[in-house]
Structures are given as C-alpha cells and as structure tokens.
Design a protein around this ligand. Structure first.
Ligand SMILES: [Zn+2]
Length: 584
C-alpha cells in the first residue's frame, strides 16, 4: 500500500505535527517529525523518502491552520497527549511537596538590599521562580531591610536587585519592602506580649546567656503581660536605649540548641546613629530576622520556602512563634550548599572593595556579581540551566567556573559570529603570491546564510608580497621550512622568523594540500584591515591587540567568538573596540 493511502499513518503524522506546532508557535517543523514517526512505526525506516513527502504534505496542511484551530483539534482529539507534552516540558524539577494542597503555589526571594546580586543567590532565586512557574503560581520579591545597623540596606541596591532579577529572567509577580511593614510587626509583637507568648527582656546579655545555658528563665520572663506591654511602650518611646531591652519569643527552655531558647525578636537601634536609608530616624525598634521573616512568610501566603539548609535552625525558632499564633508553617525545602570554586562571594568584601576602588565597579570582571557576568557575556539562560540541573537536592554541590562556561558555550556557540583577533600582533610577510585572493570568511562555520566578512589580498611590489598581522604566539611556534595555513586563505611556507615578525612564501591554495600534514591553522588580518582592540580578561588585566576591520560594525552587547581566542562580549565600539572575555 502506498503510504499516502495509509489513513492510520496520516493521522499519526497529523497528531505529531499538531503537537509539534503547539510547541513552535503554531508552525510544525517537518524535520523534527520524521524521527518521531519512525519511532512509532519502525517498519517505515526503509521508506524515509516517501514518508518525508507525506510529512511535508501534512505539515503544510497543519501549518495553514491558525494556532487556535490547532489547539482546538488537539484538545478535542488527543487531550491526554497535550497534558503529557506539557508535563515533559515543564516538570524539570522534582515536584514540590503537597503542592496540590494549596490553591496556588507561592514562593519568595527575600534579599537584604545591602549588595547587588551574585551567583551565591542564583539558586534561591531561580529555584523559587522556576517552581512558581512550574505550578503557575506566584513569585514574590521581598526586601528584608530591617537592620539599619549590622546589615545596613543601601538605596541604590533596591533598584539594582530589581534589574538583576529582570536580567536573570525572574521578574517577581509582587514586591514587598519590609521597612514599609513596621506597623504590622509592632502589632504582632504587642499581641504576643499580651498573650504571654513573648516578653521584654532587660537583662544584660551575659545574665541572660547564663540563665539560658542553665535552661532557666530570666527574671523578665515571668512578669505579667500588663508589665510586658508597659516595657514595650518604653522601648518604643525611647525609655530604653539601644542594648537595654529586647523582645524575646518564648520557646522550650530545655530545647537542646541553646541558640533556639527564647530567641530575640525585636531590638532597639539608635535612630540618630543608624538612620534607615528609606525612613531616616522614624523607627527605633526593629524586628530581627526570624521575627519579620517568620511573620511575612505566613502573612504573604508563602506556601513553599525554598532555601539553603543553613536555615533549618531558623525554622525551629519560627515554629514556636507559629504555634503561639496558631499558624501552620509553610512547606520548607532546604537545599545543600552550592559552592563555585574560585567565585568570590562575600557581600561585605564586594561592597568594601568597590567603595575603596579595588574593583572598578559592581561589574568588575573579577566579581561573580550578575552585573559582572552580564558584562562578560555569560547568559542568564546558562546560569538558569545550570541551577535547574543541580536542583534542590540537600547534598552539598561544588561547581567550577568551567561548569558554568560549558553551559554558556552551548548557548553561545550556535549563535555567535566568528572574527579574527590578533593578540600581541606580529607581522608576517608572504612573498610570491600569484594573484589577488578574495577571502570570504563565514561569520558562522555551520551557517553560511549568516553572511561573510570579505577581504581582498593583493600582492604588492617586485616580490609580489602581502603583509599580514598574526599573533606573536604563531610566530613563536613557526619554524623555517614548515608549512602553515592562513585560515580560509592559502598555505605558506615559513622561511625565517624573528622576535615579532616572520617571512614566508606562498605555497598553495587548497586546504587539502596540508590537511594530511596537519599544518597549523593560523588566523590573520591583512595590514590595513586592522582595528585596535582591547579585551578585558576575567582577572581584570587587559589584552591589547588588533581585530579585523569588520568588527567596526559590531553593536555593543553582542557576544562574538574571536577564533582561537575565546568568546567575548562587545562592550564599546569607538576609536577602538573594547570587549570583555567570557571563556574559551
Ligand atoms: Zn531578662
């Protein structure tokens, strides 16, 4: 039977094409279908040509439908197939616990705006965001800026963090700023004090510590709620100075971890000495981390907290407060430490280093900030993919820059145009060039349609010579008598070399002539076609050299590959090209 009369096969192709179209904006890709169809009908392997004609036929028919029509047909005829495709596409992370118990999954990322974002935050951000997407939930950004003394927030970082999140592809659905929520924290503090679930402790720290270590209550704990409220008002109106009083949440005094016992919830910070960057001296009593975070996770409806396992003890502390308030703690997923060897991730040192001028800015290439990665041409997709592949597992994971580069290379390689860049330029004089050569260099070796850079190479003078710029390392490696190939141009035989120059004579044109001898392939720029170029390296040193003149047309922010050198991001095109090095 001719394939085109096989109605069952035609229906299978139609289904496959419709599903494929749904994934590609309404246009099925014929090339992707043949493998899938043969996967279902092995016997068709030998009839690929006939099958391919039939597929083209069906694809044309499917692609003539609107996306809505396509969807309607799938939903009517193969609703289960659509679900399956979706599941495979989206469930890249292990499922969240108890996701079906909540009307909507809500996750959060809660940075302190005391630095820009860096790789160390990537896991919390990307996993929280990805899970919200996966369950069509909500991703909340919450600025935790209630420590104007120890972890002082800085105005410029609120905006920078928003920009960083947009860059990494994790724009929040909602945003909250904790310093705007102070009345809420005060309300709950008072409620806990009135309920006898918290107390104002005026002990000097050593006294409290001693009592706590002995699993004993301090003198403040047993005072009646009325007295607690009086003390609380005194905290608020300045009757106590910084360090003289703190609100503590009652826990089990026998808890095995002394750091959990009656943990501090709110404290006084001298508003004149430590004004808040947004609110000035408006408040003198500030919530501590576990109090504001614990309250907000419930009040903002967070269903799943995805964070590092160093927060496990915080959950134990907050559990007591949740019990006092009759609340249920959100689902918490604690992942292991993710270390990136060689990535510099100390926020305080980053901030200090930038302020002191040790670093050129938040995007100094030595830093692992998102801004620095962005400037170097590391794509957000690469970071996202790497983090999702690691997932939320509780084991510690150590990655290297090389791991990240491998992800990035996979993304950049198919899309980046190729150019020649000669570092430490040296000259190569090639004699006896028989004619003018018109070199057509592909912008991408696998994509001829992307275009070419073209250079005419014309012999000059009695010796019919052509002068090129080549990298000094290629001069160093050259030896008299050896044939090397100028990439995509012709082969030359080296005659002599000096420190930063070499002489050669034309050998032949075809690559075939030197393929067997494994001749060194070197890149080149005809003299007169050079464009000064500097590449800022990851260690902030600058590699000076010459790029080919076609680079004058590049737009800033484009990532290209300098052949035999590495991927770079074009930073500025002016009298010279400035690029930032990504990786090999
Ligand atoms: Zn006390």
């Amino acid at each position: 039977m001719a394939l085109k009369n096989d109605t069952e096969l035609r229906e299978l192709i139609r289904k496959t094409a419709l599903l494929n179209a749904a994934q590609h904006g309404g246009k099925a890709q014929a090339g992707a279908l043949i493998g899938k169809v043969i996967g279902e009908r092995q016997e068709l392997k030998t009839k690929a040509k006939e099958l391919s004609a039939l597929i083209n036929d069906v694809v044309n028919e499917v692609n003539s439908l609107s996306a809505e029509e396509q969807k309607r047909i799938i939903e009517k005829k193969w609703p289960e197939a659509l679900k399956k495709e979706k599941a495979e596409e989206e469930k890249r992370l292990p499922p969240l616990p108890n996701a079906d118990k909540y009307a909507q999954v809500v996750t959060r990322f809660s940075p302190n705006p005391d630095c820009v974002l860096h790789l160390g935050s990537a896991r919390a951000i990307i996993l929280s965001n990805e899970y919200a997407r996966m369950y069509k939930g909500k991703f909340i950004l919450r600025f935790e800026d209630t420590d104007p003394k120890g972890k002082r927030p800085v105005l410029e970082f609120y905006g920078k963090i928003r920009e960083d999140l947009a860059w990494i592809g994790c724009k929040p659905d909602e945003e909250y700023i904790q310093s705007d929520r102070m009345p809420i924290y005060y309300e709950y503090a008072e409620r806990l004090l009135k309920d006898g679930a918290a107390y104002v402790c005026t002990c000097i720290p050593d006294e409290f510590r001693e009592a706590s270590l002995a699993k004993k209550s301090c003198n403040c704990r047993s005072l009646p709620p009325t007295e607690q409220v009086v003390r609380w008002k005194r905290m608020l109106d300045g009757g106590y100075k910084e360090g003289e009083a703190v609100v503590r949440v009652k826990t089990d005094l026998e808890h095995p971890n002394p750091a959990v016992r009656d943990w501090p919830a709110l404290r006084i910070i001298d508003p004149e000495k430590y004004p808040h960057p947004r609110l000035g001296s408006k408040y003198r009593v500030w919530p501590l981390y576990n109090f504001s975070t614990g309250l907000d996770d419930h009040l903002l409806g967070i269903t799943h907290i995805i964070r590092g396992k160093e927060h496990l003890t915080n959950q134990v502390r907050q559990d007591y407060m949740y019990q006092h308030l009759g609340w249920k703690y959100p689902e918490a997923i604690h992942y292991g430490r993710l270390q990136i060897t060689g990535a510099f991730l100390s926020k305080s040192k980053i901030v200090q280093g930038v302020r002191d001028g040790i670093y050129t800015g938040w995007d100094d290439p030595r830093l692992a900030t998102f801004l620095a990665l962005r400037r170097r041409g590391i794509t957000p997709e690469a970071i996202r993919k790497m983090i999702i592949d690691v997932g939320p597992k509780p084991q510690d994971v150590t990655l290297s820059w090389e791991n990240l580069y491998a992800y990035n290379r996979k993304i950049l390689d198919p899309t980046s145009s190729r150019y020649f860049f000669v570092s430490e330029p040296a000259t190569l004089k090639v004699k006896h060039v028989p004619k003018t050569f018109h070199a057509k260099l592909l912008l991408h070796p696998e994509k001829p349609d992307e275009g070419t850079r073209e250079y005419a190479v014309t012999p000059q003078g009695d010796d019919k010579s052509v002068a090129f710029w080549i990298a000094k390392k290629d001069v160093d490696a050259a030896e008299a008598g050896v044939t090397v190939r100028l990439m995509e141009l012709f082969n030359v035989k080296i005659e002599s070399t000096k420190t930063d120059s070499a002489e050669a004579s034309f050998a032949s044109e075809s690559y075939e002539d030197v393929r067997k001898t494994k001749a060194r392939l070197i890149h080149w720029i005809p003299k007169g076609e050079e464009f000064p170029c500097q590449v800022v390296m990851p260690d902030a040193t600058v590699t000076e050299g010459l790029a080919e003149s076609a680079c004058k047309k590049l737009k800033p922010d484009t990532v290209i590959q300098f052949e035999r050198f590495g991927f770079v991001r074009v930073d500025e095109v002016a009298a010279k090209l400035t690029a930032y090095y990504a990786h090999k």
